[in-house]
Ligand binder design. Structure first.
Ligand code: FES
Length: 183
């Protein structure tokens, strides 16, 4: 410790000063350098959170189609539901769901055909597939996560598999009838 070398005369003092400077350096520079990567793994960095919001034009999305966008460096799904998909979502008793939300809870009034969710499985973060993508269709007509088999319904709600909660609906608003702003 610095105290142990302080008695060592002039040479010891210089060594102590050096040790103190080294300690400050480690805490002030090395410490931050070590901590930052850890923090950025735990939560989005301030830079990412401050990123401008994402705008999506929904007018070109056909019923039954979803487009993928990027919001805060993560996949974002914007889907236009068909009348049958809306009906299927509304036919499911909300109270029977693992994460009880209605389609109306997850969409905007007057726009319940537009479903905006993060494309991030709530189990361990894989990107789920849309029902139209390949053979790996979900049993509930919405999204299917190929990593461990979570099935999401047409409202993006977890119905089967290990994911604990529904696909997250981020904050968003309609800027016009055709453009949404996410974030
Ligand atoms: Fe999607 Fe595990 S990450 S089911």
């Amino acid at each position: 410790t610095p105290d142990m070398v302080a008695d060592g005369g002039e040479d010891g003092v210089r060594r102590r000063d050096f040790i103190n400077i080294a300690a400050v350096g480690a805490a002030g520079v090395g410490g931050v350098a070590v901590l930052l990567p850890l923090i950025s793994q735990m939560a989005p960095s301030a830079d990412v959170l401050a990123e401008s919001s994402t705008e999506v034009d929904v007018s070109a999305i056909e019923p039954g189609q979803a487009i993928k966008a990027v919001f805060r460096k993560q996949p974002l799904f914007v889907k236009r539901l068909t009348p049958a998909e809306i009906e299927a979502a509304n036919a499911t008793p909300t109270g029977s769901l693992r994460d009880a939300e209605s389609l109306a809870d997850r969409t905007k009034a007057g726009h319940e055909d537009i479903l905006v969710t993060m494309g991030v499985c709530t189990h361990l973060g894989c990107v789920p597939l849309g029902a139209a993508e390949g053979e790996l269709k979900g049993e509930y007509g919405g999204y299917f996560c190929p990593c461990h088999g979570s099935h999401y319904d047409t409202a993006g709600r977890i119905r089967k598999g290990p994911a604990p909660t529904n696909l997250e609906v981020p904050e968003y608003e309609f800027l016009s009838d055709t453009v949404i702003q996410v974030g």
